[in-house]
Design a protein around this ligand. Structure first.
Ligand code: ADP
Ligand code: MG
Length: 727
């Protein structure tokens, strides 16, 4: 067999047959390189061993579900017994100087020869007390011979792939190819900025000897991600220097402000002034407007759009989803029609002829809409498609965080010489704001419109199902509406999670997985979105239940959304497609299923979908997770209503070994940056990555020096990929 290279198909690794090759492929692993880039999603800290006295104390205190690591000596000869057909149990005792544990293994009689009396093992798993005895069932065991690794990686898996198997092939692959891993950074560069080289980082992410090593590896991967982002923005900026934007001659927004049915808050007035000052200059505005859900960003953005139109320019408003595009279109039309300003919509679901018509009016080639189009609302396709503007002066993007930095860079390239206003409700941690917003001016809405009421929030488990359903009915009877949000789960995933949860009772490797997935409910109750909607509809036969999910066609989604908005549905079961920006004032109840699977900031966004009128609103987070950490996270939602506070808490809660996406792999550029925590060390890493990027781009703006060539190629590729995917 020929030697493995990075590009070898995984099928060439010993032990990977056709069936497993297909399983790996389902996780996106085709080549050896994909495999070694399949990072652990967590680590078991088996090095943190406790003696049985400590275990005893821990069990006496609060109920602890976390597994223990104990080093024990086998004290009695294992005895095997058949308890029923097809079920054998093996029992023995193991001890340390403080006590004894009763060990039980199922259907593994061959272990008789492994656990020899007097030999020493490290056992890892749950310890329970039965009467006065300590017991372990099917723990993970390793004989103590030489040094045992303290940190054991836990990989994301799929059906047909076990931990043992994937760890094994990763080890094999690393041993053969680690020399040939290609680093975008030179050795000198890595030394200068005190980061690991890529081969070393990959080695350490899979087999760290200490937490420090794992952390150094993680930081190197983050450094690279942040560096690429910052370098992309810096090259963009250097290309854009000298660009001139149109000066808006008429930035007095009084007529617009006076037409609003409410008085702007102080923060809105201040932000609008900051924006109009920028618009009156010939330097292209690059500004972000940040404000919590419901703080009234739209009214500020509309003020900017008004200034553009009043000065004779067109304004494009871009949002991440069609639903949101429709909503913004309706809102802006309501605001601007009385002022004699034309608003149009351009989305993928318009018919070809409608699209053609809108485009030709937009470009000024046709006049069939009296006065042309002043403001156009659409998805990102607005910019990527072949759309021409007669006189574009301002681009507004809403829910900026959904787009990502690389998309922003791509957009910036297409909108040179145009003013840009971005909006986001997602507070970005200080550590990252440097990267994401480093080149943007900032306006902040730190004040809520008056009269906002707090959305009462509860965390409950599945036992409350009947009461929840009753509550939904009460709301429906009062003419109010309910959202039920569940995580995007496919049929196959839900099934395999349930099977895994069942299997975990007897399989220690699987048990380890279940324990360590903080955001995982363990799987026993995981339902697919479709299944869930069906169940809900069955449980509420007297109500009108609709469903939207990410896999539906935009037109289908919009149709259901419209029914819900118009009050033809009482309940909308949805995946997170409704997370951003949707505004249905009659919605007063938000129920989130498997709430532990959502990030806190996401939950905050979801909660922001209700409480949008003077009707009393509620948010119910349903979770069956047993994990203390999950419970603590959800409790935060009950006690805090401030989006910034919530985001900061979320970040602090990320601990060592909890950085990786559930899928493990950094699939997209930007994913690594999302692993960054708010620790001092991470802040230092981020700052030095940004400094390195700026220095590199300043000294070599075209990134064409030999030592920077790979960096330049990488950025070009990232940008190209993104341009192809945003439409
Ligand atoms: P977000 O910042 O989440 O995008 P929106 O712009 O959708 O918030 O505003 C939320 C709601 O608050 C809208 O119904 C809007 O009409 C209303 N609103 C905005 N500004 C004010 C204000 N100053 N006073 C009262 N209501 C306001
Ligand atoms: Mg909004």
């Amino acid at each position: 067999m020929s030697a493995l290279t990075l590009s070898s198909p995984v099928g060439e690794i010993k032990g990977v047959g056709e069936v497993r090759r297909r399983s790996l492929s389902r996780m996106g692993i085709e080549t050896v390189e994909d495999l070694i880039r399949h990072y652990p999603r967590a680590y078991q800290n088996r090095g943190d061993t406790k003696n049985l006295k400590e275990v005893d104390e821990a069990l006496t205190g609060e109920r602890r579900e976390a597994p223990f690591s104990v080093i024990l000596t086998v004290g009695t000869e294992p005895t095997a017994k058949m308890i029923r057909r097809g079920m054998n149990i093996l029992k023995f005792r193991a001890f340390d100087e403080f006590g004894t544990v009763e060990m039980t293994f199922f259907n593994q009689n061959y272990l008789k020869d492994v656990f020899r009396v007097g030999s020493e093992f490290r056992f890892w798993g749950k310890i329970e007390r039965e009467g006065r005895r300590l017991c372990m069932t099917s723990p993970i065991y390793e004989e103590v011979k030489g040094e045992l690794p303290a940190l054991v990686p836990v990989y994301p898996l799929t059906t047909g792939i076990s931990q043992k198997f994937i760890s094994g092939i990763i080890k094999t692959a690393l041993a053969e190819v680690s020399e040939s891993i290609d680093d975008v950074f030179t050795k000198e560069f890595c030394e200068k900025w005190s980061i690991e080289t890529l081969p070393s980082a990959i080695q350490k992410i899979h087999a760290p000897r200490t937490i420090d090593e794992m952390d150094a590896a993680r930081r190197r991967l983050c450094f690279e991600d942040v560096f690429m982002t910052a370098a992309a923005l810096a090259t963009e900026k250097s290309r854009g220097t000298g660009d001139r934007a149109p000066v808006f001659e008429n930035t007095d927004t009084k007529r617009y402000v006076d037409s609003l049915p409410y008085k702007l808050t102080g923060a809105q007035v201040r932000s609008l002034r900051e924006i109009t000052e920028d618009l009156g200059r010939d330097v292209p505005m690059r500004r972000i407007l940040i404000g919590d859900v419901g703080s009234g960003k739209t009214a500020v953005a509309a003020g900017a759009a008004y200034a553009a139109v009043a000065s004779g320019y067109q304004c494009a408003v871009m949002v991440p989803t069609e639903i949101l595009a429709n909503q913004h279109y309706e809102d802006l039309k309501a605001i601007f029609t009385p002022l004699g300003i034309n608003v149009a919509l351009l989305t993928g679901s318009l018919s070809q002829s409608e699209k053609r018509r809108v485009r030709s009016v937009l470009s000024g080639d046709s006049e069939d809409l009296t006065g042309g189009i002043d403001i156009i609302v659409g998805t990102h396709a607005l910019i990527t498609e072949d759309v021409k503007f007669e006189k574009l002066g301002l681009v507004i993007t809403d829910e900026q965080h959904r787009f990502g930095v690389m998309q922003r860079a791509a957009l910036a390239e297409k909108t040179r010489g145009v003013h840009i206003l971005a909006m986001s409700a997602t507070p970005i941690p200080r550590t990252l704001s440097l990267v994401y917003y480093g080149d943007l001016s900032l306006s902040r809405l730190d004040e809520m419109p008056p009269g906002r009421q707090k959305v009462d929030t509860f965390v409950v488990d599945d036992r409350y199902r009947d009461r929840i359903n009753k509550f939904i009915r009460t709301h429906a009877r009062a003419g109010n509406r309910t959202y039920i949000v569940c995580p995007m789960v496919e049929e196959a995933e839900a099934k395999s999670a349930r099977e895994r949860a069942k299997k975990s009772e007897s399989d220690p490797e699987e048990m380890a997985n279940v324990i360590l997935t903080e955001r995982d409910s363990g799987g026993a109750n995981l339902r697919s979105t479709v299944e869930f909607a069906r169940e809900t509809a069955l449980r509420l036969p007297d109500l009108r239940v609709g469903m939207v999910h990410g896999k539906m066609k935009p037109a289908q989604k919009d149709a259901v959304m419209k029914e819900f908005c118009e009050g033809n549905l009482d309940v909308l079961v949805a995946t997170t497609v409704i997370e951003v920006g949707v505004n249905v004032p009659e919605a007063t109840l938000m129920i989130v299923e498997n709430a532990e699977r959502f990030g806190l900031s996401q939950l905050h966004q979801l909660r922001g979908r209700v409480g949008r009128s003077d009707r009393k609103s509620f948010c119910i987070l349903v979770s069956d997770s047993e994990s203390e950490k999950a419970k603590e996270r959800l409790a935060v939602m009950k006690n805090t209503y401030d989006g910034f506070e919530i985001a900061e808490y979320d970040l602090k809660m990320r601990g060592a070994g909890d950085f990786f996406s559930p899928e493990g792999r950094i699939r997209q550029h930007g994913d690594a940056a999302a692993m960054i925590t708010d620790s001092d060390a991470d802040r230092a890493t981020t700052e030095s990555a940004v400094a390195a990027a700026r220095e590199t781009v300043t000294s070599d703006p075209t990134l064409s020096l030999p030592e920077n060539r790979k960096i330049g190629e990488r950025i070009a590729r990232l940008r190209g990929n993104i341009e192809n995917t945003i439409s």
